[in-house]
Design a protein around this ligand. Sequence first.
Ligand SMILES: [Zn+2]
Ligand SMILES: [Zn+2]
Length: 345
Amino acid sequence: MLAAVTEGVGKVTLSQRPDPGSPGPGQVVVRPEAVGICGSDYHFISGELSEQAGGSQFPRVQGHEVAGTITAVGPECRAELAVDQRVAVWPLHACGRCYPCRVGRANTCDNFKLIGIHLDGGLQERLATGQEQVFPIRASDAGVAAMAEPVSIAVRAVERGRIEPGERVVVLGAGPIGQCVCLVARERVAEVLVIDLQPSRLRLSEEMGAATIVWSDRDQVVAEARRWAGPDGPPVAIDATGAPAAVRAMIEIVASAGRAVQVGMSGEEVSVRIGSLTEKELDVLGVSCCGSSEFAQAVAVVERNDALIARLISHQFPLEQAPQALQFAMGNPTEVMKVVIRGDQ
Ligand SMILES: [Zn+2]
Ligand SMILES: [Zn+2]
């Protein structure tokens, strides 16, 4: 079978690999139909991930945002799984033994393995995996179904931020994750303000009923966002960029006693005035990937918002062009919203 293999830093090649064969007990085989590419894929290819986050894992078949159809179901799988069913893949495997696993935070497991990062992922014609990783999903298109993974990060962010109905929430960044955070927060009946450098990206947020601000300079954005939220500032601010200036703006925007939620990944450093953490007594909350119940919630969000989520997909390439697709996505950050690689074309 055909696979796109990341052989080393910046090097993706197409090659033939053995088919996984019949699934064992508790295993299924999936034919990946659509695989979304995101910022963490760029970090992986660039060799920027730390060891724990999945660095130095070459050669690897990437693709952690996967939707496909089941082609074979092994014995001892749950009854709802069947051949020809469309599923979204939850990429996380946790060890179940370390401290975060023991306290119910398996998504931050010290020994976690993610499909597409630590284990081979969706950029191949067949993917064998455990039955607990696949979630049946009703979506008009496999590309939409593959968005369950980025939506699951947004579900996790909204959970971590403990967003309540009617609360004012500021989201920095209107890329796919920022848009998904906006969507999930709006579904929780929050009032949302989205901030981004590019006016074109903000249009979709506006259609979801969010207010928007185009990023100018930090002081101005902080003042405008706090004005939007009312005299106290917003109780929740979420960074979906990983850019130091935006992270600092998040800390400055959020209300005293509020929640600052970091979703955007980055290897960069940021300076914040230490006093703003103590004086405001902020909860600073990091977001990794999600647990299985949050993935199930994400599947439901996708099913309810099919047409809207379809609009996040800006470019599609067949699997045979996976190397070019990855290069295109990394080289055109302003033009690209979500690149999807299709295994069904
Ligand atoms: Zn991703
Ligand atoms: Zn663990």
